[in-house]
Design a protein around this ligand. Structure first.
Ligand SMILES: C[S@@+](CC[C@H](N)C(=O)[O-])C[C@H]1O[C@@H](n2cnc3c(N)ncnc32)[C@H](O)[C@@H]1O
Length: 261
């Protein structure tokens, strides 16, 4: 199938990247031109929209397509047991007699919160995890907790057997997180830029998302999330991220991991 990509003017690129920035904090600079065009083209095909200006009007008029567009512009790459050093640090440092309230604040399709859940269960912690994202389609995947088998390549056999169910029939190439694990994780939409946390957590994971933000947005997000960490609680960012250059009152305790005084 031949798919043609739309042509957009500099003005339209700026208009669309401004919309994404205002809604999510994600910076789409000229280096992301091809990415934006590819994802915009896909949405335009899907909505059968002929011109870019018609599509801009559509997202301004229709909340649902606005959400679909934002959804299409997010990068959702994740995998089970990604950057697991943080979880290992937690298991080594924390006392499993105290229940933990955890927040995965950009959980994408759910591999991160479920990986944390498997390990806490293995170490007999009692816990609850709130997993959130700005993307509706990612949240739908989290709630399903069904993954194609190629996504579990780096999951050990004991973990696979204990915490996943094998699909049958048309689902034979898929696995599903067992319901007893799934019920320990709740999912909800939370926009790091605009929503205000209404709860306090022992640990917040906000990994591999601030990399898409500029310094100003990072500071804004860190200010808000820090208020939601209990005293003595932890904050983890992605391994290639840090709070360097930002104002905060956290202590760096492990690579890309911080503790509130
Ligand atoms: C690359 S994934 C990271 C997933 C996981 N935390 C990990 O480290 O593997 C980044 C996620 O951040 C989400 N995201 C982007 N901007 C956001 C915002 N303003 N509020 C909440 N989530 C956002 C995206 O939808 C995406 O699912």
């Amino acid at each position: 199938m031949v798919t043609t990509e739309v042509k957009i003017t500099d003005k339209q690129f700026k208009q669309l990247s401004d919309i994404v920035y205002k809604e999510t904090g994600i910076v789409l600079d000229e280096k992301k031109y091809n990415l934006l065009v590819a994802r915009l083209s896909k949405r335009m095909r899907k909505t059968k929209t002929k011109t870019v200006s018609d599509y801009v009007q559509l997202i301004l008029d229709k909340e649902e397509e606005f959400a679909n567009f934002i959804d299409a512009t997010t990068t959702n790459h994740t995998f089970f047991f990604r950057e697991n050093k943080h979880c290992e640090y937690m298991l080594k440092t924390l006392d499993n007699s105290k229940p933990l309230k955890i927040w995965c604040a950009a959980s994408s399709s759910g591999e991160e919160p479920f990986s944390i859940a498997f390990q806490l269960l293995e170490h007999s912690f009692s816990f609850s995890i709130f997993a959130s994202d700005v993307s509706d389609s990612m949240l739908a995947q989290c709630r399903q907790a069904i993954y194609p088998k190629e996504k579990i390549k780096n999951v050990s056999l004991p973990v696979l057997h204990k915490y996943f169910q094998n699909g049958r029939g048309k689902w034979q190439n898929f696995v599903r997180v067992r319901p007893e694990v799934k019920k320990l994780v709740t999912f909800g939409k939370f926009n790091l830029l605009h929503d205000i946390p209404s709860d306090e957590f022992d640990i917040i994971f906000c990994r591999n998302v601030m990399i898409y933000f500029d310094v100003q947005t990072r500071q804004h997000v860190v200010n808000r999330l820090c208020r939601a960490i209990k005293p003595g609680g932890y904050f983890f960012v992605g391994m290639s991220e840090s709070l360097h250059g930002l104002d905060h009152d956290l202590i760096n305790v492990v690579s890309s991991g911080y503790q509130k005084k």
